[in-house]
Design a protein around this ligand. Structure first.
Ligand code: SF4
Length: 479
C-alpha cells in the first residue's frame, strides 16, 4: 500500500511538473510514473536512458565515472591512469570505498590517483608521448603491478590521441597488458555507457589474451560479477557461496585481480549482482564460451534465501544441501536481528534514488524490517532495469527516472517519507529538511550491506538513522 492513491500520485507528478516550460514538461512526464505491478513491460509506462534536459539539475555521472569509478577502478593489482586533466581522477578517487586486501603502493593501487595531469600544451600537441612515459615510470616505480588501464577523460577523444597505439607499444615493452579504454566523459547520456565501454575493453583486451592459457576448471567454479566490494560487500557474499560448497574463482571487480578476470571464461556459472554494469560481459561470455549467467540478490534474508536456492538449482544435490545448511545456520541469527529492529522500524516509509541495482534490490531488505519503499528510481537505468523494478514495487508507488534535484525535493516534501536513501549530492539537502537520510552508494561510510553479515549492519544503520532524536531539533535554514 502506497501512502498515495493512484490519482493522488498522478496529480502530484503533474503538479511538480507545472513549473517547467511546455517542452520540458512533456519530456519529463515520460520519465515519471505511478507504478502498476501488473504491467509486464516498463516501456509502456516509463522512458529511460535518454539525454538529460539542459537546465535541470541531473544527478548523473559521466562515462569516465562508469568505467574508471565503477568497473575498472576496483581491479586492485592494476594501475588505472586517469588520462587527461587532474580533476576527474582526483575528485573521484577512493569515494566508492571498494575495499581490498593488499599493500597500497606495492601490490595494490585501488585508492591511489594516477593521472597524466594534462596541461594546455598536451591538448595542443597531443598526450601520446606523455602517456608512453607514464607507463614506463609506473613500471619502474611499481614493478609488482600486473598491468595498466588508460581511462580516457574528455580531452583525449576531442584531440584524437591514438591511445591504442601507445597501449600496444608499451604493453610489448613492459610485457604486461596496457588496456586503452575510450570512456571519455561526453560519450552517451550517463555513466551507463562507461560501463558498457569498460566491459567491451575487458572483452577485447583481457579475455582475448587468455585464449591459450586457460586454467583447469572444477565442477563448482563460479565467478561473482558486478560486486564492487563497497564496505566489504563482496566478502560478505562470497563466504555464503563458499559455505554452500561453490568455489569462487573470480570476483569482479571489488577486491579483484587481473588474473581473476582472465580466468573467468573457465567457470561453470557467472553470478551477477549488478546487472546494469556487467550484463554485457556476461552475455559475451555466454555467447563465446557457453558460460550461463544468472542474477542474484543478497540484500536481506528473504532475498538471500531465494537467491541461494536459485543458484543451488544450477548444481547437484551436494550444493543444494549446502544451500539449505547455510540458510538453516543463519535463519535464527536473522530472526534475532529482525526481532530486535522490526518493532522500531515497522511501517516506516522509504524513498530511494540510486544507481545500478539498488533501487530494486534493497526493497526486500526493507520489507524484512517491516518497512515499505514508496518511491524509487535510477540515475542511469535502462528499461530492462525498470521491467524488473515494477514487479518489486507496490501498487501506486512513485517511479522516477533521472529525477531532477527539484522534482526529488518536491516528491519528498509531499510524500513525507521516514527515510530517504540516495547519494552524496542529495544527502545534505534532505538532512537540512529534517528528513532522515542514508547515503546508499557508499553505505554512508558503513557496510557491508550484502549477505547475512551485511543485513545485521543494514538493520542497525536504518534504526540508528530513523530513530535518531536529532531530526526534530533543527529547521531547514531556508524556512
Ligand atoms: S565529463 Fe569529462 S571532464 Fe567531466 S569528469 Fe567526466 S571525463 Fe572528466
Amino acid at each position: 500500500m502506497s501512502v498515495l492513491t493512484r490519482e493522488e500520485a498522478q496529480s502530484l507528478i503533474e503538479e511538480v511538473l507545472e513549473v517547467y516550460p511546455e517542452e520540458s514538461k512533456k519530456d519529463r512526464l515520460k520519465h515519471l510514473t505511478v507504478n502498476d505491478p501488473s504491467i509486464t513491460q516498463s516501456k509502456k509506462c516509463i522512458t529511460s536512458n535518454r539525454k538529460s534536459l539542459p537546465g535541470v539539475m541531473t544527478i548523473r555521472g559521466c562515462a569516465y565515472a562508469g568505467s574508471k569509478g565503477v568497473v575498472w577502478g576496483p581491479i586492485k593489482d592494476m594501475i588505472h591512469i586517469s588520462h587527461g586533466p587532474v580533476g576527474c581522477g582526483q575528485y573521484s578517487r577512493a569515494g566508492r570505498r571498494n575495499y581490498y586486501v593488499g599493500y597500497t603502493g606495492v601490490n595494490a593501487f585501488g585508492t591511489m590517483n594516477f593521472t597524466s595531469d594534462f596541461q594546455e600544451r598536451d591538448v595542443v600537441f597531443g598526450g601520446d608521448k606523455k602517456l608512453e612515459k607514464i607507463v614506463h615510470e609506473c613500471e619502474a616505480l611499481f614493478p609488482l603491478m600486473k598491468g595498466m588501464s588508460v581511462q580516457s577523460e574528455c580531452p583525449i577523444g576531442l584531440i584524437g590521441d591514438d591511445i591504442e597505439a601507445v597501449a600496444r607499444k608499451t604493453s610489448a615493452a613492459i610485457n604486461k597488458p596496457v588496456i586503452p579504454v575510450r570512456c571519455e566523459g561526453f560519450r552517451g547520456v550517463s555513466q551507463s555507457l562507461g560501463h558498457h565501454i569498460a566491459n567491451d575493453a575487458i572483452r577485447d583486451w583481457v579475455l582475448e589474451n587468455r585464449k591459450d592459457k586457460m586454467r583447469e576448471t572444477g565442477p563448482y567454479d563460479v565467478a561473482v560479477i558486478g560486486d564492487y566490494n563497497i564496505g566489504g560487500d563482496a566478502w560478505a557474499s562470497r563466504i555464503l557461496l563458499e559455505e554452500m560448497g561453490l568455489n569462487v574463482v573470480a570476483q569482479w571487480s571489488g577486491d579483484g585481480t587481473l588474473a581473476e578476470m582472465e580466468n573467468t571464461p573457465a567457470v561453470k556459472l557467472n553470478l551477477i549482482h549488478c546487472y546494469r554494469s556487467m550484463n554485457y560481459i556476461s552475455r559475451h561470455m555466454e555467447a563465446k564460451y557457453g558460460i550461463p549467467w544468472m542474477e542474484y540478490n543478497f540484500f536481506g534474508p528473504t532475498k538471500i534465501a531465494e537467491s541461494l536456492r536459485k543458484i543451488a538449482e544450477q548444481f547437484d544435490d551436494k550444493i543444494k544441501e549446502g544451500a539449505e545448511k547455510v540458510i538453516a545456520k543463519y535463519t535464527p541469527i536473522m530472526e534475532g536481528i529482525i526481532g530486535k529492529y522490526r518493532p522500531r522500524l515497522e511501517g516506516k516509509k522509504v524513498m530511494l534514488y540510486v544507481g545500478g541495482l539498488r533501487p530494486r534490490h534493497v526493497i526486500g531488505a526493507y520489507e524484512d524490517l517491516g518497512m515499505e519503499v514508496v518511491g524509487t528510481g535510477y540515475e542511469f537505468g535502462h528499461n530492462d532495469d525498470y521491467d524488473r523494478t515494477i514487479k518489486e514495487m507496490g501498487d501506486s508507488t512513485l517511479i522516477y527516472d533521472d529525477v531532477t534535484g527539484y522534482e526529488f525535493e518536491k516528491f519528498v516534501e509531499k510524500v513525507q517519507p521516514d527515510l530517504v536513501g540516495s547519494g552524496i549530492k542529495e544527502k545534505y539537502i534532505f538532512q537540512k529538511m529534517g528528513i532522515p537520510f542514508r547515503q546508499m552508494h557508499s553505505w554512508d561510510y558503513s557496510g557491508p550491506y550484502h549477505g547475512y553479515d551485511g543485513f545485521a549492519i543494514f538493520a542497525r544503520d536504518m534504526d540508528m538513522t530513523i530513530n535518531n532524536p536529532c531530526w526534530d531539533s533543527f529547521k531547514a535554514p531556508w524556512k
